[in-house]
Ligand binder design. Structure first.
Ligand code: MG
Length: 378
């Protein structure tokens, strides 16, 4: 145990805490494959806590506050940004990790990192950049997250990047290549599941609040109908606002509860003795099959009625046009790029350097730069 004079040195505290709290199949800090550039242990923070802190203090993470999740800033201040989405994912992922006795520090680091590579204007921005780089390998936010972590962030003067642990980087690799040779850790899988639980619930909330869909359209969906039926409060005379709030809470609670119940049963049966055992068996955490179809129906509804809503399609189109113009502009005038991205041309070529610079922008900065440098080109 730590003595009265402060924490023990190195990993001892973390190892002790993990031994007491984690299930045998959880990832242990003491089993980490470490970092590209070796570092001494920290006196009281474990390696995944340090990863979390590095991500949290990175410029790319802060910029998530200015990047849209689904809806742009022009549509009000209520809805989620990429940052608040990330925080909700981290919170739900930690709840699941605690329920399954997995490594919460690793889960939190993975969750805070999972969307760090998103360009401005969400998937619309990603599609536009991917089109711009069609002859140069395309653009993927998952791949770009690794470029940020390993190259673009400058935290240390002796090497580039954040020097994250192999486990956090591998978690991101598994998002790029789902069929990669190394089976993903249960902690990585928790973040994937938490991501989809989170956006299903908050996109439903935001779409209702913005008036893109009506409550009665949603209550016809089996997952929402069952969720409201099981609500602890009588909602028959409640105003729409209260029903919306009960629905969002209920959606998260129902999915997380069933996910925990279903997977705890499976993990007890499997009785893995280590994270490696679970990996060797290619064990996959799953949604409760009873929820899989209703969840798919909700996602299909969101896709058709929200993500393809005319108001969003218009924003999407405008953003893509601007990004394409800016990409062409930077490629033909590299002098407009900041010095560090001009230097990057030597490593990755002008096309990718221009796309990387654009991908780092917030929505607002992107718009500003467009008006400063490129309005005359359109
Ligand atoms: Mg996400």
């Amino acid at each position: 145990m730590p003595n009265d004079h402060g924490p023990q040195s190195g990993l001892a505290d973390t190892v002790q805490r993990e031994t007491a709290l984690l299930a045998p199949y959880a990832m242990r800090s003491s089993d980490s494959l470490g970092r590209t550039h070796a570092e001494p242990d920290h006196p009281y923070r474990g390696p995944f806590q340090r990863d979390r802190d590095r991500i949290l203090h990175s410029a790319a993470y802060r910029r998530l506050s200015g990047k849209m999740q689904v809806f742009t800033g022009e549509m009000g201040d209520y809805h989620r940004t990429r940052l608040t989405h990330t925080q909700e994912v981290a919170s739900i992922a930690r709840t699941i990790a605690r329920g399954l006795r997995l490594n919460e520090d690793l889960v939190e680091a993975l969750a805070l990192f999972h969307d760090i590579g998103h360009p401005p204007f969400g998937h619309a921005g990603e599609d536009a950049l991917s089109e711009c780089l069609v002859d140069n390998g395309g653009f993927s936010h998952n791949q770009y997250a690794l470029v940020i972590a390993e190259t673009l962030e400058t935290r240390y003067h002796t090497f580039p990047g954040l020097n994250l642990t192999r486990e956090v980087l591998d978690g991101q690799y598994s998002r790029i290549n789902h069929a990669c040779a190394t089976p993903s850790l249960l902690e990585t899988q928790v973040v994937e599941l938490a991501d989809s639980i989170t956006y299903n619930a908050h996109d439903t909330d935001d779409a209702l609040k913005l008036g893109l869909v009506e409550l009665n359209q949603l209550t016809e969906l089996p997952l929402i109908a069952a969720t409201l039926e099981k609500s602890a409060t009588d909602l028959s005379a409640a105003p729409a606002r209260q029903i919306r709030k009960a629905m969002v809470y209920g959606l998260v609670d129902r999915q997380v509860s069933q996910l925990l119940q279903y997977n705890i049963r499976r993990l007890v049966t499997e009785d893995f003795r280590s994270a490696q055992d679970a990996g060797n068996a290619s064990f996959q955490l799953q949604m409760d099959p009873d929820l899989a179809e209703p969840k798919r129906e909700l996602e299909q509804f969101l896709f058709q009625s929200v993500y393809r809503h005319p108001r969003l399609l218009e924003v999407r189109q405008q953003a893509q046009n601007r990004l394409r113009t800016m990409f062409e502009g930077y490629v033909s005038n590299p002098d407009l790029l900041p010095a560090r991205f001009q230097q990057r041309i030597g490593d990755v070529g002008i096309q990718r350097a221009a796309a990387e610079y654009l991908a780092g922008m917030t929505d607002r900065y992107c718009d500003q730069q467009f008006h400063i440098h490129f309005t005359r080109l359109t």
